[in-house]
Design a protein around this ligand. Sequence first.
Ligand SMILES: NC(=O)c1ccc[n+]([C@@H]2O[C@H](COP(=O)([O-])OP(=O)(O)OC[C@H]3O[C@@H](n4cnc5c(N)ncnc54)[C@H](O)[C@@H]3O)[C@@H](O)[C@H]2O)c1
Length: 255
Amino acid sequence: MSAQVKTLNGVALVTGAGSGIGRQLCLAYAQVGCRAIVLADIKIDGINETISLIKARGYATQTLGLETDVTDMVSVKHMVSETISAFGSLDYAANVAGITATARVPTAIYPHEEYDKILEINTKGVLICMQQQIQVMQKQDATCTPGIDNPLRAQRGSIVNIASITGFAALQNMMPYNVSKHAVIGLTKSAAIDHAPQEIRINAVCPGMTETPMVAGRKIYTVPGKSRGWAVEGNGKQRLAIPEEIADLRSMRDT
Ligand SMILES: NC(=O)c1ccc[n+]([C@@H]2O[C@H](COP(=O)([O-])OP(=O)(O)OC[C@H]3O[C@@H](n4cnc5c(N)ncnc54)[C@H](O)[C@@H]3O)[C@@H](O)[C@H]2O)c1
């Protein structure tokens, strides 16, 4: 069994839990002592793999896998209501599900179909999930997480949206993805300021290029023998990030 360090004790919900950053976040929530994790993804096989990894590490955390489409209101309402039915609260929500751009052409000719699809999943999906999560959190009592005893820091829930470094800067020929992540930052800031008075904390994490199936699937990064030079340019570590680094809750908890 991997070492467990009890720094969180509530119920976590992760979208995009079946792969990459979402999977690592589930493992991190289990490692820090969450009593339950709800794993949501459009791909049930990925969810089951993540649950197997949690169990293989011997964590005591309960799990519930839910096949969910973050763009479908009925599916998202079901995800949140099942969380409450199964475990009684929703304390930490991570909106990770997302897709990347595939056409990779300049803005002038970028296909609108892909623009709509990326915005639907990466941006509207985050909005739909956040709205349902906030509505549930608003009804909960404000409590402190373990190790925090100042009542001023009590919270009804915490939401983390995964945006991207492309929420600040633009990658070439990735216009819809860039737009979607700029919008996630805007959504996060708006929701954070609207719901801070109700003790709901809402933040975004903006990863740089990270070694996950999303990136591995792009031949441009993986041509044998070719360097990933441009992908790590300006990156102090001269390598892609690994998903465990993005999912590191020690840095995320107090954002
Ligand atoms: N990998 C990177 O370099 C990088 C960098 C910055 C931000 N991000 C963001 O991090 C998040 C996770 O990316 P990743 O690299 O782990 O990718 P990934 O492809 O490994 O995982 C994404 C997961 O989202 C799920 N998903 C896609 N559409 C969905 C939908 N409609 N409903 C529910 N689930 C859906 C997929 O099935 C998959 O399991 C994404 O939002 C991505 O934009 C990734």
